[in-house]
Design a protein around this ligand. Sequence first.
Ligand code: GTP
Ligand code: MG
Length: 417
Amino acid sequence: MEWTEMEERAERALLVSLDTGEFDAQASLDELYELVKSAGAEPVSSVMQKRPAPDTAFCVGSGMIEEIAQACRIQEIDLLVFDRELTPTQIRNIEDKTEVRVVDRTMLILDIFAQRARSSEGKLQVELAQLKYMLPRLAGKGTQLSRLGGGVGTRGPGETKLESDRRHIRRRITALREQLEQVEKRREQVRRRREKDGVITVALVGYTNAGKSTLMNQLTQAGVLAEDKLFATLDPTARALKLPGGKTVMLIDTVGLVRRLPHHLVQAFRSTLEQAAEADIILNVCDASSPEARVHLEVTETLLAELGCGDRPIIPVMNKCDLVPALMDLPVVGGAVRISALHGGGMQELLQAIEENLPIKMQIVDLLLPFAQAGLAARIRKEGEIQKEEYVAEGLSLTASIPPELVAAVEPYRIEK
Ligand SMILES: Nc1nc2c(ncn2[C@@H]2O[C@H](COP(=O)(O)OP(=O)(O)OP(=O)(O)O)[C@@H](O)[C@H]2O)c(=O)[nH]1
Ligand SMILES: [Mg+2]
């Protein structure tokens, strides 16, 4: 007899969806399938039940749960993934009935976030969101905590990561909040400095997997990680981008959106979304090869409007056009730009669209203009805005906000105040 050691196999997952008619259950289940793969597990099969409302004990009906339990044994399932949030009671009941670990949609997304967070801020935010989600779900059952470190996929259980002590968790939550506040303060300082220097920011937003990071790479050779897994980016990454006209803007990559993003997560990632919301120009990137491209563009736009971006230019960017050649023959709608971030198609058009939407960023300067420079003073009056002026022996002393075109001209006359 010969024994061969096998490689660790991925967890086999059974996906469970409940169609109550509140949302497109099939589209959501399709996305759940991608999410499960992203988490490193293997989606083996899925089941959908139509019901007016979730069952309080098992989410699905009691007959259905028996069928699921049986399927788990036959298909050697290690993990049940429900496409909605479950109550602590439901999780316990389902686990007791099926003897298989149960994860809900939010836990799955949090787990992917935890695997992918790179910056210290991202890591802090994910841990905070996980703890906040788990705390009410402990329900006196200390063993449930082991999920936290364990996660989905092939990684081993992480029972040691946390003690099953709620007080400990609460203390940790407080500490995380404080650390995050510090990080946010630093970010705010950077933002203010950029604002003062008149830096123009361009944010890439859109659904996960739309190709934002690939576009960022294509435009800046930034070396931002891009891969065919959902949520490749969890931290906003900023890089300088020089436009053909000579101006330099700050390009910001952001976390991808996901359908029915649980509100705990929107909250957790507020600061990254805020960064996008503050940008001067927003590129709303979508995967044009997806049948849902248009819906994605609209959902993103609505979300941006909710975040108060209504007054900023939002450029719709149809990416992956190499996959849909027919699209190139259609007329463009709503100022959309068609590109292939992967192959570099449409980059000139995109850069041009950015240039056309550049805001006029005023910069505040203190000047001492010699009397001979009366012409320049007149230009400042016309194109900029004078905040304070005073005639002194050497000429005209003034504080003014000026448009970028005037920056070079006034440079010799700048003074420190
Ligand atoms: N065919 C094709 N594939 C592309 C194109 N742009 C991106 N992709 C692929 O799409 C996948 C996702 O790209 P990413 O750039 O990581 O997507 P993202 O929007 O940054 O995703 P998140 O960071 O998860 O929000 C990768 O496999 C890319 O190679 C394109 O123009 N054409
Ligand atoms: Mg990305």
